[in-house]
Write a protein that binds this ligand. Structure first.
Ligand code: AMP
Length: 146
């Protein structure tokens, strides 16, 4: 069964973060330049918040605020749901689906060690399925001795 640690092994532990006193405009710029949909707000290695594209849509666009006059701390989510590296991919998918979130920071011993997105989970799941199908095909077509 695939685990979060398997994803991080391939993807690496790079975490994109931003200060809580940065403007939302700066946060959007950072998301675009890193090509990601979320940024963490950290205090040393502790996760203090998360801001995603969806916060921009809900809290800036729809509420008629301006991103240059709004700070990250004014719209970030502070109750951040995190997972440990040994969590299964199935568990993470269930968490994302029930909580309606697409990003999960990975925390080990209270320290953030990476982040997985829904895209990472789907990609890993597809790779796992491919290995499984190849194995079963080889088994059925007699490539493995009984
Ligand atoms: P997302 O679907 O990940 O773009 O996020 C949807 C909403 O949930 C936004 O308000 C995010 O700030 C929030 N959110 C995203 N990821 C998390 C997380 N791991 N824990 C708590 N809230 C989150």
């Amino acid at each position: 069964m695939g685990r979060v640690a398997d994803i991080l092994r391939l993807k690496g532990s790079k975490i994109y973060s931003i200060r809580s006193d940065a403007t939302v405009y700066e946060a959007v710029g950072a998301m675009v330049s890193h090509n990601v949909g979320s940024l963490l707000i950290l205090d040393s290695d502790d996760v203090r918040g998360i801001i995603t594209e969806r916060d921009y849509l809900r809290e800036i666009v729809l509420k008629g605020r301006t991103s240059k006059d709004t700070l990250v701390r004014d719209i970030m989510t502070i109750q951040v749901v995190c997972v440990e590296p040994n969590r299964s991919i199935d568990d993470c998918m269930a968490i994302m689906s029930t909580q309606r979130i697409r990003h999960l920071p990975v925390v080990e011993d209270g320290r953030v060690v990476g982040l997985v997105s829904i895209g990472d989970l789907v990609k890993q799941r597809a790779a796992d399925r491919e290995v499984e199908i190849r194995y079963l095909t080889d088994y059925i077509t007699g490539k493995y001795p009984a």
